[in-house]
Design a protein around this ligand. Sequence first.
Ligand SMILES: NCc1[nH]cc(CCC(=O)O)c1CC(=O)O
Length: 312
Amino acid sequence: MPAHSLPRRLVIATRESALALWQARHIQNRLQTLYPALEIKLLGMTTQGDKILDQSLSKIGGKGLFVKELETALADGRADMAVHSMKDVPMRLPDGFIIAAITEREDPHDALVSNRYQRLQDLPPGAIVGTSSLRRESQLRAAFPHLQVQPLRGNVQTRLAKLDAGQYDAIVLAAAGLKRLGLSDRIACILSSDESLPAVGQGALGIEIRTNRPELASLLEPLNHPATADCVTAERAMSLRLNGSCQVPLGCFAEVVEDHFLRVRGFVAKPDGSQILRAEANGSRQSAPALGRQVADLLLTEGAQPLIQAQD
Ligand SMILES: NCc1[nH]cc(CCC(=O)O)c1CC(=O)O
C-alpha cells in the first residue's frame, strides 16, 4: 500500500465486556506494532445483546444484537473498524459491510468449568450444568441424559460468579474467552470436538469495515490468518446453507490437515438431544465454501430439515 494512503487515526468500535475489550486492545496492539505512526483509539459501546440478559439470546433475535450498534458506528463515521468474535457475527452481513480480516484462532474448543468435578463423566445424575447455548445443551443432553441443563447468560465473569455462588455444579464456556482473560486456571477440562463440537467461528476474531474503505482492507491484510480464514469460511458456508441462527442447535468445526486440506465436521440436533445428525467432508483448502455446503447437504440428506424448521 502506498504510504500516502495510510490514515493517521483509527477508531476501533468494540463492546465493553472484559472479553470484547481484551480482543479490541489485542487488535489495537497488533496494528500499533505494524503501524507505529498511527493513532489508534477504542470506542466502547453497549449493544442490545449486552443489555438484555434475562432472556435466551435465541429468543430475542440472536447474534445480530451484538454487532448492529457497532455497524451503525461504522456507517456514520464514528469508527473505522469493529472487532468481533466471529461466533457472534451473523452469517449475512448488511450490504456495504465486510469482514476484512480473520485473525489466528485461539483454542476453538468448549471448556468445562467446575469447582467440584474434573470431567463431564464425573458429574452425578441430576447435576446442574449451566449453558444457554442450544448447541452445548443438545450435545450434553445426548451424551449425558442424566444431567440437568439450566440457562446461564451474562458475560464470562458473570457466568463464573454464578457458578461460584453455587447455582450450578458445572458450566460450559468457550476456552478462548477464558484463556484471553487469563482465566485458564478455571478450566477443569477442555471438551474434545467429539464431546462438544464448537460453534461456527469459535475462537476466531473478525475485523469488520465498510466495503467502501479499501485502504482499510489493505491495512488489515497482515492480520488475516489464511488457515483460520479458510476454516471459518467453511464453517460459515455450512451454517448459511442451513440458515443457521441461534435458534437451531448447530455446530460446525473445520481444521487444516497436512497444510493443504480441510476436515469439516458439522451437526444439527433437537434441543433435548434426542436426535443428533452428524456429517463430515474433507477436501482442499481452496474449496472451503464448497466443503461447508457439502456438510450441510449431507445433513439435509440425513433429514436435517425438520430440525431446522422446528425452531421457528
Ligand atoms: N457467546 C458469547 C461469546 N462469544 C465469543 C465467546 C468466546 C470467544 C470466542 O469464541 O472467540 C463467547 C463466550 C463463550 O461462549 O463462552
